[in-house]
Write a protein that binds this ligand. Structure first.
Ligand code: CMP
Length: 139
C-alpha cells in the first residue's frame, strides 16, 4: 500500500550539514521525497507539534531543542512508508539503533536523534497537514 509520512530532519542534523546524507538513506531505501522545505519553528509551533508529549518530563527541553536551529520538514511516499521510515530511522535512542539506520549513523543522543517520523497513519495525516497544503506535495 502506498502511503505518505511526515519526516523532520532536526536541528542537530541541519547544524552538521547532513540533509543530503539523510535524504540518501530515504531514497536508497525506495522512499520518494514528494515535498520538502527548510524552516525555523517558533516555540508555539514546536509545542503544538509535540503536544502529545506535553506531560513527559522531556517536553520543555524537546521543544527548546526543536527551535534551536532550522529543521527540514518533508513528506516521504512509498510502500508502507510509515513503518518503512521508522525502520530506516532506527530506534529513538541512537545507542539502541541497528547498524545501517540513520540514528545509528548520525544520531547524537535520545533527544538529538537527527530525525522524526510519524508513528501511525492517523498521526501522519495530522503531521503532514501541520506543515503542508496538498498543492505543495507532488507525488
Ligand atoms: P521523536 O521521534 O521526534 O519523538 C519525540 C521526541 O522526543 C524524540 O524523537 C526525541 O527527540 C525526544 N525524546 C524521546 N525520549 C526522550 C528522552 N527520554 N529524553 C529526551 N528526549 C526524548
Amino acid at each position: 500500500m502506498t502511503e505518505r509520512t511526515l519526516s523532520i530532519i532536526k536541528p542537530d542534523a541541519t547544524a552538521r550539514n547532513l540533509t543530503g546524507k539523510i535524504n540518501s538513506f530515504f531514497e536508497e531505501a525506495g522512499l520518494r521525497i514528494v515535498a520538502q522545505k527548510r524552516l525555523r519553528l517558533t516555540l508555539d509551533q514546536a509545542q503544538a507539534f509535540y503536544a502529545v508529549h506535553a506531560e513527559r518530563s522531556f517536553y520543555n527541553e524537546l521543544c527548546e531543542y526543536m527551535v534551536s536551529g532550522p529543521v527540514v520538514v518533508q513528506v516521504l511516499e512509498g510502500e508502507n512508508a510509515i513503518v518503512r521510515n521508522r525502520e530506516i530511522m532506527g530506534a529513538t535512542n541512537p545507542a539502541n539503533a541497528d547498524e545501517g539506520t540513520i540514528r545509528k549513523a548520525v544520531g547524537k543522543d535520545v533527544q538529538e536523534n537527527s530525525v522524526h517520523g510519524s508513528d501511525s497513519p492517523e498521526n501522519a495525516a495530522k503531521e503532514i497537514s501541520f506543515f503542508f497544503s496538498e498543492i505543495e506535495i507532488a507525488g
